[in-house]
Design a protein around this ligand. Structure first.
Ligand code: ADP
Ligand code: ASP
Ligand code: MG
Length: 403
């Protein structure tokens, strides 16, 4: 008998019929004698719909109240799933974030789970009940409801698996597992049977939303093995675990892309110590996440151009902050809001020479211009014009033999 955490994402609980299907999966697990904690997302589209409602009230909706609003999506799924299990004669009960409680730290919309009370739920599991927990949320030390970032039900599942010392953490979703690239974009993408935390972390941080990156990070730190699998098929999923156990035959494991990036260039900035700090400090204080940074070598030793990428939603705020920044002098700011980041990821890259060159050559063969580059030991990312995204992913997928 194992203690299992089963997480069901938005599409898996997107309709009442699907919730009934999820209840059947849980029933099967219970019949095998396993103790089940189910972590659920809001029904697909619900969280976006709630954000839309808040935007109708205000474009600067109160952050505390936004978390109260957004957390309600998961509450609906919890109750519906509990009802569906009861209908199948399975003992089940849902808890809201504050009833458990799930304690979080950090800002609204971006909190982290730090602890959870396990006693009541463990007692319930001992009494052969299925415990249902809402993903994506918690409660702060001073009692406010918080959410933990988009896609955060994955992080809830990992935290629950760790805190409850579960034997497994299974992420049920709408694809068969983790693929070499998004299978909904590139149909020849191949399912990966096993992947290391490191590679999965890179893939998800670089845009593969099949796993939320902070969930992977927590799983890696606490060594919580994960399995990503489909709610709708019985096919074997993808196992995510520590690197030692994986045998690398390919240099590149997967190709990821991120949407909604933008590139800002500050032209003619004074070239002296402290300038970069003066530019980026106020952006960081405003919670603007700067991704790649490139500084050109100045030809006249006096001025330089600094280029960086951010999320497209942050462009207006970023430009406003730069324009109001009295500590910097420059000639002009230019922007390109239609860029994408395409990355190759693979733990085998370290030991394979020529990967960088092959990527650049492949993109040039497709006449795709590279606007910025960033590398780490196991990934290589380029910024390109957004219109070329699909072409680039397809080409890279082919040349690195992932089709
Ligand atoms: P859930 O609602 O279950 O959390 P998500 O929509 O967050 O599901 O994540 C699953 C989606 O991730 C898939 O439908 C797929 O389009 C997308 N995806 C992107 N990259 C990958 C990848 N490398 N492997 C599998 N799915 C991917
Ligand atoms: N419902 C939340 C979201 O859409 C959390 C999740 O689905 O993981 O971001
Ligand atoms: Mg998700």
């Amino acid at each position: 008998m194992a203690k299992k955490v089963l997480k069901f994402g938005g599409t898996s609980v997107g309709t009442t019929e699907r919730i009934q299907l999820v209840a059947k999966i849980i029933k099967k697990e219970r019949s095998s004698g396993n103790k089940i904690i189910a972590v659920v997302s809001a029904m697909s589209g619900k969280t976006n719909e709630l954000i839309g409602l808040s935007e109708k009230i205000s474009d600067d909706f109160n952050r505390r109240e936004l978390d109260v609003l957004l957390s309600s999506g998961e509450q609906v799924t919890c109750a519906l799933l509990s009802g569906a299990l009861t209908k199948l004669d399975i003992k089940a009960k849902s808890w809201l974030n504050w009833q458990i409680p799930i304690i979080t730290e950090g800002d609204h919309a971006n909190a982290r789970i730090i602890n959870m009370n396990i006693e009541k739920i463990n007692n319930y599991l001992d009494e052969e009940g299925v415990a249902i927990i809402p993903g994506f949320q918690g409660i702060s030390k001073n009692g406010d409801i918080t959410t933990i970032g988009r896609g955060g039900s994955d992080a809830t599942a990992v935290a629950v698996a760790k805190i409850f010392n579960a034997d497994s953490c299974e992420i049920y979703t709408d694809v068969d597992g983790v693929f070499s690239t998004d299978p909904n974009k590139i149909p020849v993408a191949k399912k990966i049977d096993k992947i290391s935390y490191n590679e999965m972390l890179e893939l998800s941080s670089l845009g593969a939303k099949v796993m939320q990156s902070s969930a992977v990070q927590t799983a890696m730190i606490y060594n919580v093995p994960l399995e990503v699998k489909s709610t709708f098929t019985d096919r074997k999923g993808t196992k995510i675990f520590s690197q030692e156990n994986i045998d690398y035959t390919k240099s590149v494991t997967g190709v990821a892309y991120s949407k909604n990036d933008a590139k800002i260039t500050i032209i003619g900035v004074e070239d002296r110590p402290g300038v970069a700090a003066n530019i980026f400090e106020p952006l960081s204080k405003a919670q603007i996440n700067v991704d790649m940074v490139i500084q050109n070598i100045s030809s006249d030793q006096k001025t330089t151009d600094i280029t960086f990428t951010i999320k497209r939603d942050d462009v207006i705020k970023t430009k406003k902050i730069l324009k109001n920044n009295k500590k910097i002098e420059y000639q002009e700011i230019i922007q390109n809001e239609k860029v994408a980041k395409v990355s190759i990821v693979g733990a085998g890259m370290v030991s394979t020479p020529g990967v960088t060159y092959r990527m650049f050559r492949a993109l040039s063969d497709e006449k795709i211009n590279i606007l910025a580059i960033s590398t780490s030991e196991i990934k290589l990312s380029v910024i390109i014009d957004e219109v070329n995204t699909l072409k680039a992913i397809k080409k890279l997928h082919t040349i690195f033999e992932l089709d």
